[in-house]
Design a binder for this molecule. Sequence first.
Ligand SMILES: *[C@@H]1O[C@H](CO)[C@@H](O)[C@H](O)[C@H]1NC(C)=O
Ligand SMILES: *[C@@H]1O[C@H](CO)[C@@H](O)[C@H](O)[C@H]1NC(C)=O
Ligand SMILES: *[C@@H]1O[C@H](CO)[C@@H](O)[C@H](O)[C@H]1NC(C)=O
Ligand SMILES: *[C@@H]1O[C@H](CO)[C@@H](O)[C@H](O)[C@H]1NC(C)=O
Length: 613
Amino acid sequence: MKVAYLLQVLSAAACLCAAEDSGPGWQWSWACKSGRCVKSEYPISYASSRGISNITRKSQSACRLTCGQYGALWPHPTGPTTIGEQVVAFHPSIIRFDLLEVVDSGRGTREYLAACTQLFLDNLLVECGANCSVVSDTDVYVRLVTRSQDLTLNWNTDETYTLDIVTSSRVNSVTVNIRAETVYGARHGLETLSQLVARVPAPLGGGGRGHSSPRKHLLIMATNVRLSDAPIFRHRGLMLDTARNFLPLYAMKRTLDAMAASKLNVLHWHATDSQSFPLESPRVPQLARRRFGAYSSRQVYTPQDVAYLLEYARLRGVRIIMELDAPSHAGNGWQWGEAAGLGQLAVCVNQQPWRKYCIQPPCGQLNPTNPNLYRVLRDLYRDILDIFPRGEPLHMGGDEVYFPCWNSSAEIVNWMEARGQGRGQADFLQLWADYQSTALGTLDEEVGHSNTPIILWSSHLTEPGVIESFLNKDRYIIQTWVPASSSLPVELLAKGYRVIYSTKDTWYLDHGFWGSTVYHNWRVVYDNRIPRKAGVLGGEACMWSELVDNQSLDAKVWPRTAAMAERLWADPETRSSSAEARFYRHRQRLVTRGIRADAVSPAYCYQNEGECQ
Ligand SMILES: *[C@@H]1O[C@H](CO)[C@@H](O)[C@H](O)[C@H]1NC(C)=O
Ligand SMILES: *[C@@H]1O[C@H](CO)[C@@H](O)[C@H](O)[C@H]1NC(C)=O
Ligand SMILES: *[C@@H]1O[C@H](CO)[C@@H](O)[C@H](O)[C@H]1NC(C)=O
Ligand SMILES: *[C@@H]1O[C@H](CO)[C@@H](O)[C@H](O)[C@H]1NC(C)=O
């Protein structure tokens, strides 16, 4: 009984005779030819196939699994990779895990790996679906070895791993070895392993074990595999905006699942903006709930929500960087100062006609001249520090400060005048810089040191001509959102700043839906290369949420962000056309895992690899 399930993928020259009857169903078959899965001229029928049949081994997913240098892997590994043609059928319930660590087992490490293996099994069960055939003739051992007990996830985390799959001399036993420095590398290894598995139609009866329905499926795993892998860029991010439209926790969890599937490692959470302040602060409850900074009492993130999401992300190899955008993009949530005897914490809030006071309605800008503002910020920072690991970067926003707003406030103008300042551009720039350094000083006092990395959007303040007089290059990382043609990132790098690229004309996912902006399809996203230079931390796709909520989030973010994920993980010399078959497969994978990823081609092009280029 233990013999039947070692499948040899047949050689390419396959004669497939026309199906004789329509039977209960039929399907096309595929054969791998020069790295491409080529569809047969005629379909084969379920009725005419028995045992471990052509239906199983010639299905498209079986072909794609082992065809070409990288099979179905996304993003592709960066080290030497071989994927042999041999596959075995197995069921997730028979996988045995060995969680080995070279150093004495750290409890945290073990727990992390145990959680990862569960997520891995869940993904396999989802892949196999409701009618998963319980074929258990092959024993699968997965051995996970990590060397470090360090559970820190940051820009220095070693994400490398090696993976090999060998069929041992024991009949029908397969051993998977995943070796990594850290648990995060091991997690990536398990993700890769899940992509070395495919769902295929189970054969009709005759193969034993009662698979009698053609609607059943089984899982196969590639077996002669050897690869090593490490990312090119260490910051591979997605920005979600939860202020223009609120995103429920489950939408963010879904997004994190898709990020994990694509080996992205940073969720940049643009939590607040002038439209709403959904982040609940125990020390300053007025911001979200009590004075209506949130859209409703339910559309808030409690500290428990944030902590939960942080852990949810960590188990998927993703860290969360919180952004509190300031001093601009702050309005609703900040109106209560005067009533509370703290003076105006923000000015121009919701002021009309908005075009006079801001770039996008509703208006609002923090009031840097009010000392009470910094008391409130201090409390807010303390709330953040209660939840986030110490040393985690904070994104302090800093985009689109609009001077006419400050200039319209008698309080601010008088304050500047009293210090002998004028009302020119340079004076307001100085005011902004003073705000930034006072806010940072406040944060540093709460943290207890001055080493927290700070991220800011590129802005007037980060112009190469002035940045050095305002922002210390050892402290500040600049997230540039200029077009690919702009020299700004390179100029900042030359001055010694670290840079995160959010190339506006490729990685801004909101484009194409408003004004004269243009939609960037996955090829444009994929083909955007950023320099491999010291100081380039990586990149981020940005999902500004004016026109997105839970209903359309997945389709706008996925699978395009996965295209960026391979660019940042592997940075291939080749362009999107070489990645097409694997990308289409990955889109399918995301859909299988519950992500409503958008369609990226007619099914014809998915079935006929390379024919639509
Ligand atoms: C499977 O395909 C092979 C080669 O293409 C063919 O010789 C064989 O008859 C097929 N088997 C079945 C059961 O259809
Ligand atoms: C599972 O199989 C049953 C019986 O063949 C069928 O009615 C059902 O639709 C199948 N479910 C799925 C999810 O394929
Ligand atoms: C501020 O307002 C004054 C008076 O209207 C004007 O002269 C000045 O140019 C304004 N400054 C800026 C930076 O807009
Ligand atoms: C949120 O989006 C998901 C996926 O598109 C959908 O299944 C779910 O029903 C949506 N929830 C609400 C409350 O609309």
